[in-house]
Design a protein around this ligand. Sequence first.
Ligand SMILES: Cc1ncc(COP(=O)(O)O)c(C=O)c1O
Length: 370
Amino acid sequence: MMAATDLVPRVENAAYVVDLANNENLMGPSPLAIEAIQREAAQVYRYPDIDGTPLLDALAEHYETETEHFMLGNGSNELIDLIARQWARPGTEVIVPSPSFLPYGSASQRAGAKIIRTGLRDWHFDLDAVVDMICEKTSLIILGNPNNPTGTEIDRGTLEHWLATIPEDILVVLDEAYAEYSSDQGLGLALLKQRENLIVLRTFSKAYGLAGLRIGYAIGSPDLIRIVQSQRQQFNVNRLAHTAALAALKDQDYLLRVLGNNVVFKRILYAGLSDLRIAHVPSFTNFILLYCGYALATSEALKTYRLLVKPLERFGLHEFIRVTIGPPETIERLLIALKEIQSEQSWFPVSECPVSVPKQPCSGEKLWRY
Ligand SMILES: Cc1ncc(COP(=O)(O)O)c(C=O)c1O
C-alpha cells in the first residue's frame, strides 16, 4: 500500500527558485496526462474538436449527468470573461464578495458593470452583506468557494440557505477552482439541483496540475450553457489541453494521491508554523494565508532565499502573504527562510502561543463601490 508521501514531487534544488506564488499543484499532472500529450503531439497540425465533445462526455459521466450541462473554457478565466460579457453589461451591478480572485471584478468592470464589493466576517464572506447590497440593477454575484486568497470555504447548509434568498433573476456564479481540495467536493453539483440560475466553474489548473495548458469548465442548465457558449470563439481550447484533461480526469487514483499528499503537507506546514508562532488562516485548499506583518517586505526578503510567494496588498491584505503548499522539502526551505526573517525583522510578528487565527482586517460591511 502506497503512503501519501510516496509520490515523488518534482522539487527544485535549493539553488533554484521555487515558485509558491500561484497555487499550482507542485506535484504536477498525472503521468498518464503527460503520456497522452506526448502521444498527441504529432497531431497538432489538426484543429481541436470544436466543442471538446469527448471530454464533455467524460465530464458528464464523471458527474453522472448529461453532456449539455457542460462547456469548456481556456481556463476558468475565459469562462469568467464570457459570463461577464453577457451578465455584466453597462447599467448593471455585479456583487463580488472580497477579497477574492481579482478577475471577478476586472472582467465585470471591463464588460461595463459597476462592481459592488462586500467584505469578510471571520475570514468568511459576509453573505448577509451580499443580500443587503442587492438592488434592481444587480445581475450577477460571483463567489469563490473555497476562496482565493483566504483559503476558507463556506459549508453546504449555509450556502443552500443563502442561495434560497437570492432572487431568481440574478445569476450566481460559484467558482470551485479548488473544489477537489475542499471538504465538500460535491457541493456545486448539489446546489445546481436546487437552483436554475447558477453556474459552477471548475478547472484542470489546480488539483489536476494542468495550469499551463489552460482548460476549465462550466456546469449549468443547458439554457445557461448555451448563452455562455454563444460568447466564445470557436476552437477556444487547444488539442493538447483536451487530450491531457481527458487522461487526467480518468486517472482518479493519481488525483487521490495528490489530495492525500496535500493533507500530509499541510499538516507538516501547520506544525512548522506553530513552532515559529506564525499566525495563519486554516486552509481548505493547496495554499495558505500567513500573517507576516508586512507583505511586500516579506515577499522581497523571501526572494533572497529564492522563494516566490504572493504579497496580498492588492487584495487589501497588507500584512499577509499567500503561499502554495508544497512537498516537505519546499516547506522546510520556506520555514527556514521565515524563521530567519522573523528573527531579523521587527515587523514580522511572533504570535501568541498557541497560534491563533489572525484577526481579519476587513469589516463585514460593504467595502467600496467603483
Ligand atoms: C479562485 C480561482 N478561480 C479561477 C482561477 C483560474 O483558473 P484557470 O487557470 O482555470 O483560469 C484561479 C487561479 O488562480 C483561482 O484562484
